[in-house]
Design a protein around this ligand. Structure first.
Ligand code: PLP
Length: 381
């Protein structure tokens, strides 16, 4: 039997044509016509004041911290249950990541814990919307206002997902997206920084263009361009932007196909007494509309999770686990600080099992995944 892969990049009908246009033309670097078209598409369809395509979400997170103007010694609150990039983007600038716990159901950062972690050095919180399911952005916004701190959304997994009908990534001062091949839309490696405030635009243009005022020069506003501030090369090459644009133009179909497999899993888990006995169907807060980035089961123990994962892989169903909590990682302990008890992050890391999910998956693939999960649970528990 063919293996069922964990993830496969989506296919888009215009990909080859767009890539061919780039190869035939003469603009291969960043900020070319496809880059501009993809940035415009993101703005027109998802919102925000300006969007900058970047080489990755990791780069977008770094760029957000640069543009925000945080200084060494400042603190940024992050969930422990996240990818290294969320905290690494702070550490590179000499900021201290302060790790807090997530809630035990949606695995999103717990606003009470964020509040507890805030002190005089806190400058921002970086929530991630795990699995493409929104954090409680009203509570985080109230808290950020009361504490005078920024929200930088790590929306790596979130393109097309919403909080109260507004797109994730547009609700904080900055939103950072990933277009890595494992995400709903992907161009191999890629990302985007969404900027909400007019006052951040010029700094963002300089930060992404090696600290120069090249954008002003291209607009004829200065007669030479020069090094004016700190920055890096946060540009996406034109070939990647062309591939990304071809997928953005089909984002509704791609996300809808994922949503229908997500719902198939949810109902399948609900209807299966064997699975429902050990793991609740994945649920969603009333304010969230997911892009179905991840369907996960939270098993009652790490031992069952590990044995079930091994069984699924033996049966060629490529399910997987997820993050190691950052507060317990080598770099997390070296560079960060932990506030409170992080038991939910540890539980999630031990007990989560993510099922295969990609846009071209059929219901018969998903049905086979659920059959193998059922058989595994019967055999192992
Ligand atoms: C929450 C989160 N943030 C950031 C990233 C990094 O994204 P990229 O690979 O585009 O740098 C990931 C990657 O999976 C992620 O899950």
């Amino acid at each position: 039997m063919e293996p069922i892969e964990f993830s496969k990049p989506p296919k888009s009908s215009k990909a080859e044509r767009y890539l061919g246009e780039v190869i035939k033309g003469s603009h291969l670097a960043g900020d070319g016509p496809f880059c501009k078209a993809a940035e415009k598409f993101l703005l027109d369809h998802f919102g925000g004041r300006a969007t900058f395509l970047t080489p990755s979400c990791t780069a977008a997170l770094e760029m957000a911290n640069v543009v925000a103007g945080f200084k060494p010694g400042d603190e940024v609150v992050v969930p422990s249950f996240t990818f290294s990039s969320t905290a690494n983007a702070c550490v590179l600038l000499g900021l201290t990541p302060v790790f807090v716990d997530v809630d035990p159901v949606f695995l999103n950062v717990d606003p009470d814990q964020v509040d507890r972690a805030c002190g005089p050095k806190t400058r921002a919180v970086i929530p991630i919307h795990y699995a493409g399911v929104a954090c409680d952005m009203d509570r985080l916004a109230d808290l950020a206002k009361a504490r005078g701190i920024d929200i930088i959304e790590d929306a790596a997994q979130c393109v097309g997902a919403k909080f109260k009908n507004k797109y994730l990534g547009t609700l904080g001062r900055f939103g950072c997206f990933s277009f890595h091949e494992t995400k709903n839309l992907g161009c191999g490696e890629g990302g985007a920084l969404m900027v909400r405030d007019e006052g951040d635009l010029e700094r963002a243009q300089i930060a992404r263009d090696k600290g120069t005022n090249r954008k002003k020069f291209l607009r004829g506003m200065v007669d030479k361009y020069t090094w004016v501030d700190s920055g890096s090369s946060y540009l996406m090459p034109e070939l990647s932007a062309a591939l990304l644009l071809s997928q953005l133009e089909e984002h509704e179909r791609i996300n809808d196909q994922r949503r229908s497999i997500w719902e198939f899993y949810r109902q399948g888990v609900e209807k299966s007494p064997t699975i429902a006995k050990v793991a609740a169907p994945q649920s969603m807060p009333s304010y969230a509309e997911t892009n179905a980035h991840i369907y996960f089961l939270l098993l009652p123990s790490g031992d069952l999770r590990d044995r079930l994962l091994a069984y699924l892989r033996e049966q060629k169903v490529m399910a997987t686990s997820h993050y190691q909590p950052l507060h317990s990682s080598f770099a997390g302990q070296k560079f960060g600080r932990t506030v409170g008890d992080l038991r939910n992050s540890e539980m999630a890391s031990r007990q989560i099992l993510r099922l295969p999910l990609y846009s071209d998956m059929t219901e018969s693939h998903a049905a086979r995944v659920l059959e193998v999960v059922e058989a595994g649970i019967r055999k192992l528990s």
